[in-house]
Design a protein around this ligand. Structure first.
Ligand code: ADP
Length: 581
């Protein structure tokens, strides 16, 4: 238990007061003792003198019995023990004991001194009574000869003497002084502890959330500046807290009314905050303090929250919940073991994308048959037509080919971008695939007089869809051969760390640097008229990029206008099969 300040500050005073309270009477009594002893001895000597006056005549007459009875009477009157000792130390009379039973008193200091000087005193501790005894002895003599010594003795009770007189007053005074000192000490201590106590109380109120508390000015300078400092700090805290709570309420209202579900969870999975939209996806009721598994039942949302808690880094997922499609982004709260989940409704965007995809696929599908028919009839017509008409029909045929290529590319893109699309993955050796692709383009390259070559190093298998990879290689080699008029087109296969690297280099026109980042955009062509002339659709590289992305690979392009281009494909190598141990 903690000691209160008042008690702690009084402890010192209490020790000082107690020491003084005890020492003072002890010192006073100690100083009084010799004075009192001397007084008592003087008193006893007067008694002894009086006894000598009363006993001496009988003793000188040799009437020991008469002297004894006088001694007994005087003892009864004065309360003093009377002993008469002869010069040999033998006890002749004693008022307390039978003289015959008493030992020789020759060695008693007061007796020795009385026989030598006429009187003697002594103070001795009585072993039987455990008291200080006072003795006073007076010599009885006759014609200068010592006859005997009369000794008066009495116990000396210092405490009773002291208490019965001045001592009792000293004790009362000491007690009064101690009490007054204690009271003054208490008052002084209180004058210090009271303001400290008030300050402590004020801090407790602040801790409990009452920031309106202020301290009164104090008459003690240090406390006054302490109180003023406290008031200033309390005032600042009050305005800060009110500012903060205003902002928190605004923030809370914003989050609460946000259309997208938002939730904050602690590391144990308990919900710290859940806005209305989030609550509607779960149990609908209050969620704060509850485990997310108790209030969320949608399996996709449950697994997103589980991932958010274990990921330790930001992430994003696409999920279906409450009949809508959402992107759910999660991120750890920096400096706290908490995660935030915020979701955005992308149902409309997804529906629109699906509609666009369906429309493209449907239009392409519907166009394919009439286009094939037009091409067939145009070819037949071309065979039967003279030179003049053939020129027009060949234009029709070229444009029909372009349209057919466009329809094909649109269909391919729609197909590979559809959410249900899956690659037919298997370990693929790229070398035969590339050999076949290069062979396909040998006639076209030969027609243009291009030097087409394949340089391949041994590369491990990649995990891929052969058909789609061939589509990638055909597109890239088609472009290289299509856009290169003179020089060479080279395909190389090599290993680069844990990836297979396939490069298509040509000595074609090259691509301006500002166009390179946009090459994979749909329908983007560098030179409109040339692409049209070459029968391009502007979709080839978009297809290439998407297929590579589905494989976890990448496409990078390096080119310099007038010097040619290099299209680099990187594909992750297949995991080597685990060896049987
Ligand atoms: P296209 O069907 O028009 O070839 P792509 O998507 O395949 O469409 O290519 C987009 C554009 O990139 C082309 O129109 C062309 O301008 C440029 N391009 C692609 N490959 C090369 C290349 N090897 N050399 C020069 N330009 C190229």
């Amino acid at each position: 238990m903690k000691t209160p300040l008042l008690v702690a500050s009084l402890r010192g005073y209490a020790i000082v007061i107690s020491v003084l309270g005890i020492l003072t009477p002890l010192l006073v009594f100690g100083g009084l003792r010799p004075v009192l002893v001397d007084t008592a001895l003087d008193d006893l000597t007067s008694t002894a003198l009086m006894l000598r006056g009363a006993l001496a005549p009988r003793m000188l007459e040799g009437d020991l019995a008469g002297a004894d009875s006088i001694a007994q009477e005087l003892c009864a009157e004065t309360g003093v023990r009377i002993t008469v000792i002869d010069p040999d130390g033998r006890v002749m009379i004693d008022t307390d004991a039978a003289p015959s039973s008493m030992e020789s008193h020759r060695t008693r200091p007061e007796v020795i001194s009385a026989f030598q000087t006429g009187r003697g005193t002594a103070v001795r501790k009585s072993s039987t009574l455990n008291l200080d005894m006072l003795y006073s002895a007076i010599l009885i003599e006759q014609a200068g000869e010592p006859i005997a010594v009369v000794r008066a003795s009495r116990p000396f009770r210092l405490l009773s003497v002291v208490l019965s007189g001045i001592g009792a007053r000293i004790l009362v005074l000491a007690a009064a002084a101690v009490s007054i000192s204690a009271l003054i000490a208490w008052l002084f201590s209180r004058s210090v502890t009271l303001p400290v106590g008030k300050l402590a109380e004020a801090f407790e109120r602040i801790e409990a959330g009452d920031y309106s508390i202020r301290m009164e000015p104090s008459r003690i300078r240090e406390f006054d500046s302490l109180n003023a400092g406290f008031n200033e700090a309390a005032q600042k805290t009050e305005s800060l807290v009110s500012d903060l709570s205003e902002r928190t309420s605004q923030f809370h209202a914003m989050l609460e009314s946000a259309y997208g579900p938002i939730a904050v969870l602690d590391s144990a999975g308990r919900l710290i905050f859940a806005n209305r939209a989030f609550r509607l996806l779960g149990s609908g009721g209050a969620m704060e303090g509850l485990d997310y598994r108790e209030v969320v039942s949608n399996p996709e949302l449950l697994s997103v929250l589980g991932r958010a808690l274990t990921a330790g880094e930001p992430g994003q997922d696409k999920i279906s919940a409450g009949g809508r499609i959402w992107t759910a982004a999660h991120a750890p709260v920096p400096g706290h073991s908490q995660v935030v989940l915020s979701m955005a409704d992308i149902t409309e965007i997804e529906n629109l994308a699906a509609t666009k995809r369906d429309f493209a696929v449907n239009v392409a599908h519907e166009l394919r048959t009439p286009l094939t028919a037009i091409k067939g009839f145009a070819e037949t017509l071309a065979e039967k037509t003279d030179t003049e008409g053939r020129r027009y029909i060949e234009t029709i045929l070229r444009n029909t080919d372009r349209l057919i290529a466009l329809v094909r590319d649109v269909q391919t893109l729609a197909q590979i971008e559809s959410p249900g699309f899956q690659l037919d993955l298997q370990p693929v050796d790229l070398f035969p695939v590339l050999t076949l692709t290069v062979e396909l383009f040998e006639p076209a390259a030969g027609r243009k007089g291009l030097d087409l070559s394949l340089v391949a190093r041994e590369v491990p298998l990649v995990n891929g869809d052969v058909f789609r990879l061939q589509q990638v290689f055909i597109n890239l080699l088609d472009n290289a051969v299509k856009y290169t008029e003179t020089g060479s087109v080279r395909v190389t296969l090599a290993r680069e760390e844990e990836q297979a690297l396939v490069e298509f280099s040509d000595t074609g026109p090259g691509i301006p640097s500002e166009a390179i980042p946009r090459l994979c955009e749909r329908f983007f062509v560098v030179d409109q008229s040339r692409s049209r002339q070459m029968g391009g659709t502007g979709l080839g590289l978009a297809i290439v990029k998407h297929i590579l992305m589905l494989h976890g690979g990448s496409l990078s392009i390096k080119s310099e206008p007038g010097r040619g281009s290099v299209f680099s494909v990187r594909l992750p190598l297949a995991e080597p099969p685990a060896r049987a141990s």
